[in-house]
Design a protein around this ligand. Sequence first.
Ligand code: ZN
Length: 467
Amino acid sequence: MTAINWKEEVQKREAEILAETQRFLQIKSVLTSTEKQEEPFGPGIAQALHFLLNKGKNDGFSVKNVDGYAGHIEAGEGKDLLGILCHVDVVPEGDGWSVDPYGGEIKDGKIFARGAIDDKGPTMAAYYAMKIVKDLGLPLSKRVRIIIGTDEESDWRCVDHYFNHEEMPTMGFAPDADFPIIFAEKGITDVEIRQQPIEGTKGSVQLTSFVSGRRYNMVPDLATAVLEFHSETDIENKYDQFLKDQSLKGSITDKSGVYTLTLEGVSAHGSVPDKGKNAGLTLLRFLHTLELDEQANQFVGYANAYLVQGALGEKMGLNRKDEVTGDLTINVGIMSYNQEEAGHFGLNIRYPVSAHIDDIIDTIKEKSESYQMTIKHFTDSKPHHVDQKHELIQTLQKVYQEQTNEEPTLISIGGGTYARALEAGVAFGPLFPGREEVAHEKDEYMVIEDLLRATAIYAQAIYELAK
Ligand SMILES: [Zn+2]
């Protein structure tokens, strides 16, 4: 058999791929509330799911709608199942677009719309990849399923429901992140820590309130503290000096003995806390130099003992590390304090594949006790990892190298991709190395050449993995 020219097969279908991608992008598939049971995430998302399933049916695939939560398009025969996990929901368009966010306009070699790169463009690439394999009449020894999620941007209720009712693929990939291949993702836990209020305590300085950060997975870039002094103070000079020493921006204002301090940090994603400057932790470092009332002193003391300058968990006794996914990281995304309710911390911890959630939670519990802090609640998304020698990875590496002539590097990340919904799954594209990240941004686009390249890569990958 002569080698298949996958790029040529894609080129033959270029006009159709672009026109159909435009139609798909013109459906505003944003999560909305709904009364209809068969449309759990609203009419826009339902319409996008139907669009794909109808397309699959018309092209002769077998299709299934799983209660409006998800669906699949299937080809081939055999015991094993190859899954390609995509999603049709998009985040709201937001403001500031220079084109219609649901127009699918093509200009300068790019196709523009909310969902162009995340994840409707790549979904169409995967669809046409499967169609090319079918059109060529290539024999497959496995079944291949495009699994269509509808709630990836919110709560993943789509994959939860789908895998409660449908078979887990033997292996698979998700075209919903970066090329070449993301093979390892850290575990992610959000831990909420609460301080027990202490009654009737006094100090020479009263911390009235403290606020910094609103989201677990972001480094806070602003912190505000309100302090009350019952005697003379040189706090203004002291704070100015602190800001100067740290080369930071901030302010202090005085209203008859009540001082409001603000501090500006640098925001960053929660998976890379050291890339930012945590405004809250920095201000807590300053507060640690004051003689605070007992309750506030516990709150500030706890932060300074275990969290300030401890982004790799070294102060909490959580410096876990391995070769696959690197260091554990702690982002303190939320900090708040007021006199009635006492203190509150929200930690976003990313842990390597060799670490264990129970060990992490027990360690935090143990450290927190002496400061009257307790873990109120935590969530956990387990680390995800496919062995480098696994057939899936070996095959995708070979395909990527052949199609692009680039090194098929394996990437390990702190964030979580949709691939973790699969038991043996990796993220495989669609963003090529060096391309601008525009998912969730205004004027989201996908480079048309990349859309076509990805289609050829996915077609060969499907064939090689399922032949
Ligand atoms: Zn996505």
